[in-house]
Design a protein. Structure first.
Length: 156
């Protein structure tokens, strides 16, 4: 099983960062491996929310069902897959003097047949790692670029 962790400090109020990240409609805006996401449960926010997603891994598109298994307002959201790509991970949020520290961590298991050897595994792991870093930088850019008045107009 592979895993990685990325952190970023964002000059943005913790509540706004948390609300942006945990709104499923925003995930595609900063998480490049998610090509599509749609709610499949009546609950669309918080514990028990479930989503059909389409993950991109190398050239493959893998339908995956995600479920929110831990949710503490303004602190963390953890998801796990129940079908498709095996993943477990999410975001933690901590206040800092500069704004908000966001920690993204993920454990994953690559599907059988996707990896034909060490070279394939290393390439996929590198792609996941780079994608996570890019996603965190994009999230930072989105949240720091928005003015407070724009953030107040966002509908979470």
């Amino acid at each position: 099983m592979g895993q990685f962790k990325r952190t970023v400090t964002i000059k943005c109020p913790l509540e706004k960062a948390f609300d942006y990240v945990t709104d499923w409609q925003n995930l595609k805006s900063f998480f490049s491996n998610i090509l599509d996401i749609n709610p499949i449960s009546l609950v669309q926010y918080g514990p028990g929310a479930a989503f059909e997603t389409l993950f991109k891994v190398k050239r493959a598109e893998i339908p995956t069902t995600l479920e929110v298994i831990e949710f503490v307002k303004d602190k963390k959201m953890i998801l796990r897959s129940t079908r498709g790509l095996k993943v477990r991970g999410g975001w933690e949020f901590r206040p800092t003097s500069e704004g908000t520290l966001i920690i993204f961590s993920l454990e994953y298991e690559l599907p059988p047949g996707m990896v034909r050897g060490d070279r394939d595994r290393q390439a996929i792991e590198q792609e996941f790692d780079e994608s996570a870093g890019q996603s965190m930088m994009l999230l930072k850019w989105i949240l720091e670029s928005a003015t407070m008045s724009q953030m107040e107009d966002w509908h979470f």
